[in-house]
Design a protein around this ligand. Structure first.
Ligand code: NDP
Length: 288
C-alpha cells in the first residue's frame, strides 16, 4: 500500500563491525533520533548492536545515521533509496545481508504504519532489544488542556508504546528471547502539576509493562520500565532557569540527568537475565 510505504520508507543505512558484547544483536529504538533514544542508540551501537531507529522527521533520521552513529558509518546508500518512493520497501527487503544501522520514518501512533515497519525490520533481522523512547509532552493545567494535545499525548506515548510492543512481541515469543524496555517517567509514578495527561500516559505504560512481563515471562522475554527524572533533552529545553534551579536543589545528585544516564540503565536492563516487570527510576534521587 503506497501510503504505508511512504510512512515507513527506509531512509539511510550505515555499516558497523560487530566484535563487541552486543554483536549479532538488533536493537529497535522508536524515538532514536534525539535525546534519550539517541544516546541509547549510540551506546548500544558502541556495544556492537545493529541499530534501527524510528521517528517522524526523516531529515533528522538521515542526520543521525550519517553523523551521530559515527564512527560506525562507512558508506551511504544512493540518494534514490533515501526518498519516500514506492520502491523503498522493496529496497529494504533486499538489504538482508547488510549489517548497517537503519532508520525508518514512522509515526508510532499509527498502528498500520507500526505493523508495516516492524514487518520490514524483521525481514532485515530479528529484534533482540526494544527501547521505546518515542514520546511527546504537551503540558497544561487540565481545565485549560487543548483536547487535540490530550489525544496526541495519549496516542503517541501510550498507544504508540503499545502498538510497538504488540508488533515486536510476536517475534520475541517465537524466538523465546528478547528484552523490552519501555520509557515512562517519574511523573507517571508521583504526578505533577500541569502534566495530568502526560502522567496518565506514563503511568499506563507501567501497568501495561508489568502485565506484559507476566504474559511473556514464560517465553524468556523480559519487560521492564525506566522512569527518568529530569533529563537534559529537547523535551526539557523549555524549563525555566528558576524551575531548573529548584529541581536541581531537590535532586540528591545535584544536577539534571544526561541522556547517557538513561542509556546506561537501558543497557543494564537489556543485559539482565532475571529482572522483569520492574520500574527503575533514573532521577538522581529526585524522588525517594
Ligand atoms: P526528545 O523530544 O528529545 O525526543 C523524542 C523522540 O521521540 C524524537 O526522536 C522524536 O522524533 C520521537 N517521536 C516523537 N513523537 C513520535 C511519533 N509520533 N512517532 C515516532 N517518533 C516520535 O525526548 P526525550 O529524549 O527527552 O524523551 C524520550 C522519552 O523519555 C519520552 O518518552 C519522554 O516522555 C521520556 N522522558 C523524558 C524525560 C526528560 O526529562 N527528558 C523525563 C521522563 C521521561 P520525531 O519528532 O522526529 O518524531
Amino acid at each position: 500500500v503506497p501510503v504505508i510505504q511512504t510512512m515507513c520508507s527506509p531512509l539511510c543505512r550505515s555499516y558497523t563491525t560487530n566484535t563487541k558484547p552486543l554483536a549479532n544483536t538488533l536493537t529497535l529504538i522508536p524515538g532514536g533520533t534525539r535525546g534519550i533514544g539517541l544516546a541509547t542508540a549510540k551506546l548500544f551501537a558502541r556495544q556492537g548492536s545493529r541499530i534501527v531507529i524510528l521517528a517522524r522527521d526523516h531529515h533528522r533520521i538521515q542526520h543521525v545515521l550519517q553523523k551521530e552513529l559515527d564512527p560506525y558509518v562507512s558508506s551511504f546508500p544512493p540518494a534514490s533509496s533515501s526518498s519516500s518512493n514506492s520502491n523503498s520497501n522493496h529496497q529494504s527487503h533486499n538489504q538482508t545481508q547488510d549489517q548497517g544501522h537503519l532508520g525508518f520514518q514512522c509515526d508510532v501512533s499509527n498502528q498500520e504504519a507500526v505493523d508495516q515497519v516492524i514487518k520490514d525490520v524483521t525481514k532485515v533481522g530479528s529484534i533482540d532489544y526494544l527501547i521505546t523512547s518515542a514520546g511527546i509532552a504537551r503540558d497544561s493545567l487540565l481545565i485549560a488542556h487543548n483536547p487535540q494535545d490530550m489525544e496526541n499525548v495519549i496516542n503517541t506515548n501510550l498507544m504508540g508504546t503499545m502498538w510497538i510492543n504488540k508488533a515486536v512481541a510476536k517475534g520475541m515469543i517465537r524466538r523465546k528471547k528478547g528484552a523490552i524496555i519501555n520509557i515512562s517517567s517519574v511523573v507517571g509514578i508521583h504526578g505533577n502539576i500541569g502534566q495530568t495527561v502526560y502522567s496518565a500516559s506514563k503511568a499506563a505504560i507501567i501497568g501495561f509493562s508489568k502485565s506484559l512481563s507476566k504474559e511473556l515471562g514464560s517465553r524468556g522475554v523480559t519487560v521492564n520500565v525506566i522512569a527518568p527524572g529530569y533529563i537534559d533533552t529537547d523535551m526539557t529545553a523549555g524549563v525555566s532557569e528558576e524551575r531548573r534551579k529548584d529541581i536541581i536543589a531537590r535532586t540528591s545528585l545535584g544536577r539534571f540527568g544526561q541522556p547517557e544516564d538513561v542509556a546506561e540503565a537501558a543497557l543494564f536492563l537489556a543485559q539482565s537475565k532475571f529482572i522483569t516487570g520492574q520500574v527503575l527510576k533514573v532521577d538522581g534521587g529526585l524522588i525517594l
